[in-house]
Design a protein around this ligand. Structure first.
Ligand SMILES: Cc1cc2nc3c(=O)[nH]c(=O)nc-3n(C[C@H](O)[C@H](O)[C@H](O)COP(=O)(O)OP(=O)(O)OC[C@H]3O[C@@H](n4cnc5c(N)ncnc54)[C@H](O)[C@@H]3O)c2cc1C
Length: 472
C-alpha cells in the first residue's frame, strides 16, 4: 500500500481500501473499456459516516474525491484523472434498502443499490420503480441520480429527477446534509436536492434517496413497428400519444441497421423481416387489468398503415415476447460497440417537432461530406433524445477516422444548436464533453454554474476535472 492507502486504511479499516492490483482494474476502467484512469487510492466505505470521514480527510489534504457507482456512465465522469491526487470512492457497499412505504408510494435506498435490485424490491411490494435502462444490472441509484438518468419510460414517469423526493448527501467538506423526506409538496425554502441531481458528483456525494414508486401495470402492450422514414415515425408518435396519453410508456426509434445489428448480436432472427429503414418500439401500459389497450392500438396502427406511416408491425403476445423485444432495443449499444471497432457516440436532444428534420439533414450531410462514415441512430425519440453514432463500416486508419468523426461531430452539434437542442440529452458532460460544453454554452449559464461550484466546493474536492475544467 502507498502512503495515502495506509492512512485511509487507518481511517476506515484495511478492508475498505482496494489495493490488490487485479481488483483495482474494475474501478479504473469504465463500461466502454475506453476510459481508464489511475488513482492514489480506491476506497469502499460501508457507512454514511465513513463516506463523510473520507471526504473530510481528502478535502483537508487537497485530494480530489471521485464518486463511483456502477461505472456505466458514458461521459467519463466516474473515472479518476490524476493518479497521485485523486481517491476513488465507490458506493457499492452502501447498498441497503432502508424502507418501502406502499401507502406513501416511496422507497428509500442507499446510493450503492443497483438499479435492477431496487426494481425487484419494489416489485416484491407490488410496486413499480419505473427507471429502466440497458445498464440497470450494474448502474447504481446514486449514479442514476448524479447523471439524472432517463431510460425507456421517461415519457410516462420522467427522468431520475422527477422520481426523487428526498436525498441524503455528503457535502464537499464532509458535512452530511439529510433531507430524506417523502413529501410530494415541500416549499419550505430552496429545493436544494436539485443541486445534486444531474451534477455528476461535482457538488457532493449522494448516499441515499427517497424515491417515488407506482402501481404495477397489470396490462402491458409492446409492439415493434416498421416505418418508412423518421417523419413517419414522428407522425406515429403524435398519433399514439394523442390517443393513449399517460398509457404511452415508451416510444423508441431504431434505424433498421441498429435492429439488425442487435438481432445478430443476440443470434436471433429479425422480428420484422422487411428491411424497414426505421423501426419503432412502442410500449403501452395501464394499472387496469383486461384487454382495453389492444383494440385501440390496432385501430391506431390500421389508420397509420392506410396513411403510409406504418409498413409492418408485430405486437408481443406474451410477457416473454415483450421482454424479448425490449432486449433487442437494449442490446443495441453493446452490439454496436462490439461490432464496430471505431465508434463516435453522441447523445443529443432536439424538440420533438424538429426530430425528423434533424435526422434527415444529418443523414444527407454525412452521405455528402463524409461518405466513409455511416450514422447509426437509435434513441428515446418520444423524449426528443437521439443516440447518434458515427461508425465506419470498413475499418479505416485510426487517425483518418478521428479526423472524419471530429468534422462530422462538429457539424452535427452545430445543427443541434441551430435546432434549439442539447449536446447532452442523457449522459452528462463528464470529461468527454467538457471542452465542447464550455465552448458552446452560453456565458451566463457557465458563470452561474461556476459560482455554485465555487460556493459549495471552494477546495475543488469533488470530482475534479469533470464538468468544470480543473481549477475552474
Ligand atoms: C448499455 C447502457 C445503456 C444506458 N442507457 C442509458 C439510458 O437509457 N439513459 C440514461 O440516462 N443513461 C443510460 N446509460 C448511462 C448510464 O448507465 C447511466 O448514466 C447511469 O445512471 C450511471 O450509473 P452508474 O452507477 O453506473 O454511475 P457511474 O458511471 O459510476 O457514475 C456516473 C457519474 O455519476 C457520479 N456518481 C456516481 N455515483 C454517485 C453518487 N453516489 N453521488 C454523486 N455522484 C455519483 C460519478 O462521479 C460520475 O460522474 C447507459 C449506459 C450503458 C452502458
Amino acid at each position: 500500500m502507498n502512503d495515502i492507502e495506509l492512512q485511509l486504511a487507518d481511517l476506515l479499516g484495511a478492508g475498505a481500501v482496494v489495493s490488490d492490483e487485479g481488483l483495482r482494474e474494475r474501478y479504473l476502467l469504465d463500461w466502454t473499456r475506453s476510459t481508464r484512469g489511475e488513482a492514489a487510492a480506491i476506497v469502499r466505505p460501508s457507512s454514511v459516516a465513513d463516506v463523510a470521514r473520507t471526504v473530510a480527510w481528502c478535502s483537508a489534504r487537497g485530494l480530489g474525491v471521485v464518486p463511483q457507482g456502477g461505472h456505466t456512465g458514458l461521459a467519463g465522469g466516474a473515472t479518476p484523472i490524476e493518479s497521485s491526487r485523486e481517491v476513488v470512492l465507490s458506493l457499492e457497499l452502501l447498498n441497503r434498502v432502508r424502507e418501502v412505504d406502499a401507502v406513501s408510494n416511496t422507497i428509500t435506498v442507499e446510493a450503492g443499490a443497483v438499479l435492477h435490485n431496487v426494481q425487484e424490491v419494489a416489485a416484491q411490494a407490488n410496486r413499480l420503480f419505473p427507471l429502466s435502462l440497458g445498464a440497470e444490472g450494474s448502474a447504481q441509484i446514486g449514479g442514476c441520480i448524479a447523471t439524472n438518468a432517463g431510460g425507456t419510460a421517461v415519457l410516462r414517469y420522467g427522468n431520475a429527477r422527477e422520481l426523487v423526493l428526498g436525498l441524503e448527501v455528503v457535502l464537499p467538506d464532509g458535512t452530511v446534509w439529510s433531507r430524506l423526506r417523502a413529501l410530494r409538496k415541500d416549499n419550505a425554502g430552496f429545493d436544494l436536492k436539485h443541486l445534486f441531481i444531474g451534477t455528476e458528483g461535482t457538488l457532493g456525494i449522494v448516499t441515499a434517496a427517497t424515491l417515488k414508486i407506482f402501481p404495477q401495470p397489470r396490462q402491458k402492450l409492446v409492439a415493434l413497428i416498421g416505418t418508412p422514414s423518421p417523419q413517419a415515425a414522428v407522425e406515429l408518435f403524435v398519433d399514439v400519444r394523442d390517443e393513449f396519453d399517460a398509457s404511452l410508456t415508451g416510444f423508441e426509434l431504431m434505424a433498421g441497421e441498429a435492429l439488425s445489428l442487435a438481432c445478430t448480436h443476440l443470434r436471433r432472427a429479425r422480428p420484422l423481416p422487411g428491411l424497414d429503414p426505421y423501426v419503432v418500439l412502442l410500449e403501452l401500459s395501464s394499472p387496469r387489468a383486461g384487454g382495453t389497450l389492444t383494440e385501440p392500438l390496432l385501430e391506431c396502427l390500421g389508420n397509420a398503415t392506410e396513411r403510409g406511416v406504418v409498413t409492418d408491425a408485430v405486437i408481443a403476445s406474451s410477457d416473454h415476447q415483450a421482454q424479448s423485444l425490449w432486449e433487442i432495443r437494449e442490446t443495441v449499444p453493446e452490439a454496436m460497440l462490439r461490432h464496430f471497432p471505431q465508434v463516435s457516440a453522441h447523445d443529443v436532444s432536439v424538440p420533438i417537432a424538429r426530430m425528423a428534420g434533424f435526422i434527415e439533414q444529418l443523414e444527407t450531410m454525412v452521405a455528402e461530406r463524409w461518405p466513409q462514415l455511416s450514422p447509426l441512430l437509435f434513441g428515446h425519440v418520444g423524449d426528443g433524445n437521439l443516440h447518434l453514432n458515427f461508425v465506419s463500416p470498413q475499418p479505416i486508419d485510426a487517425e483518418v477516422f478521428g479526423e472524419l468523426e471530429r468534422a462530422a461531430t462538429s457539424a452535427s452539434y452545430a445543427l443541434v444548436g441551430e435546432l434549439g437542442g442539447s449536446i447532452s440529452a442523457e449522459h452528462g458532460i463528464g470529461t468527454h464533453k467538457m471542452n465542447l460544453f464550455h465552448r458552446l454554452e452560453d456565458k451566463a449559464h457557465l458563470d452561474l454554474m461556476g459560482t455554485i461550484k465555487r460556493t459549495l466546493d471552494s477546495r475543488r474536492t469533488m470530482n475534479p476535472g469533470k464538468v468544470f475544467p480543473r481549477g475552474g
